[in-house]
Design a protein. Structure first.
Length: 443
């Protein structure tokens, strides 16, 4: 009991005081020594009382320590079943965590695969028609330019052949003159044959850019049948009528003296003027079902006969124009028909351009639809990503996440053999709350 340092110190002090008393008694006298002895005795009694109180407190502390040792033993006895339960809870948590992670991965993989397949299907549905339209557009443009180049190349040769053809036609006309003399019907049919040959060589197509022998009526019921109606772009028409005057020209050409030549030429001019008046009186411009221009083309199939008439009578052209008639020969009619053919070619190219523009508009609409589908795919991916982030938050990054709870059970004493990744564990133990979670936490 007296092994306590305080007790030993008190005994030491008492011994020192006793020695001091003895020394004082011897050195200062008996009375003073006795007085001091009394004082020291009182002090000694006080120290003894303090020593006794300390000893009592020490005994009390020893009793409390014994009680704590006993309580610790009881606590350890009760802790063992709890530790076993915590270990079981950790094992269950690991299994649940693994199952949850596998389930989340499968959901995300399946969702990603479905989105990928859906995106591929939508891309194919959009790009396949788009590719076909672009290929058709490319082929159409290429064919158009190829056809135009061929036509330009062929036009040069056709114009070169035109002169030779006209000369040959003139010779044929002269050779036919004798056979056609006196037979107006035969001469008319021959003129229509020459006109049909020019039309076929011009590039125009019967039934498309021109029609022959179309039956038309005036308001008074009279029936007319122009030789050819050539159609122009913008719903316009040109009427061509063939008129042959060979008798007077044949006498002019074969005359042996000037008098006979002049008489033949006068007869030829009179015949041409008569044809102009007769064609003007038909007034083709007023026929129903036709949208002709103000002028009708009168075709003279014999080039030399045409030239002889306008050279000998310069006013003949004005005479015809005053009656809305344009005089034509094989040469200038071919030029006019070629010009009309070029107009139609440009018109078809313009229509193709409009079709191309329409196709381009459809392509643009497809691209807009494609962009909308891409945005839908992006939103679906964002939704899947959001679901994944929510699942990950519940597992390792949100407030009260599973990994954090498992780590807390580990700190209670659960025995583990594996450790999560440091970054994942740090996120679980120190979650970054989003705005909504932060508001909930403050509340």
């Amino acid at each position: 009991m007296f092994t306590n340092p305080i007790v030993l110190a008190a005994l030491g002090v008492t011994f020192v005081i006793a020695m001091a008393i003895g020394w004082l008694v011897q050195s200062s006298g008996r009375r003073q020594a006795e007085h001091r002895a009394v004082t020291l005795e009182a002090t000694n009694e006080q120290l003894a009382e303090q020593l006794e109180r300390h000893d009592n407190r020490l005994q009390h502390k020893e009793q409390e320590l014994n009680q704590l040792h006993s309580a610790l033993a009881d606590s350890r006895a009760r802790e063992e079943p709890l530790r076993h339960q915590v270990q079981q809870a950790l094992d269950s948590e690991k299994r649940l965590t693994l199952q949850f992670e596998n389930l989340a991965n499968r959901i995300f993989d399946n969702k990603s695969q479905q989105l990928s397949e859906q995106s591929q299907s939508q891309l194919s549905a959009v790009l396949t028609p788009l590719q076909q339209q672009l290929e058709g557009f490319r082929k159409q443009v290429q064919d158009s330019y190829t056809s135009e180049a061929k036509e330009r190349f062929a036009l040069k040769h056709q114009l070169e052949d035109l002169k030779a053809m006209n000369l040959k036609m003139s010779e044929d006309a002269l050779n036919l003159t004798k056979a056609l003399k006196g037979d107006n019907k035969a001469m008319g049919n021959w003129g229509e044959v020459v006109l049909a040959r020019l039309l076929s060589q011009s590039g125009l197509r019967e039934g498309h850019e021109y029609d022959t022998q179309a039956a038309l009526k005036q308001d008074d019921g009279k029936r007319y049948q122009p030789d050819v109606i050539v159609h122009l772009p913008d719903d316009k028409d040109v009427v061509i009528d063939s008129k042959v005057s060979l008798l007077g020209y044949e006498r002019f050409y074969n005359a042996e003296n000037d008098d006979d030549r002049q008489r033949g030429l006068r007869d030829h001019l009179a015949s041409v003027r008569a044809h102009i008046k007769g064609l003007s009186d038909k007034d083709y411009q007023q026929l129903n079902g036709i949208r002709t221009l103000d002028y009708v083309l009168m075709f003279i199939p014999v080039e030399p006969a045409f030239l002889a008439a306008i050279e000998s009578d310069p006013e003949l052209v004005n005479f015809a124009l005053e009656r809305n008639i344009l005089l034509t020969s094989p040469t200038n009619l071919m030029v006019a028909l070629r010009t009309i053919n070029n107009l139609w070619r440009f018109e078809y190219q313009s229509r193709n351009a409009q079709e191309i523009a329409a196709q381009a508009g459809k392509i643009y609409d497809k691209l807009v639809g494609f962009s909308d589908d891409l945005l839908k795919v992006g939103r679906a991916l964002d939704t899947a990503q959001g679901s994944y982030q929510k699942a990950l938050g519940k597992f390792s990054s949100g407030r009260g996440n599973l990994l954090r709870q498992a780590e807390q059970m580990k700190q209670l004493g659960a025995t583990t053999s594996k450790q999560p990744q440091a970054a994942l564990l740090d996120d679980a133990l120190n979650p970054v709350l989003d705005h909504r979670e932060a508001v909930d936490a403050k509340e």
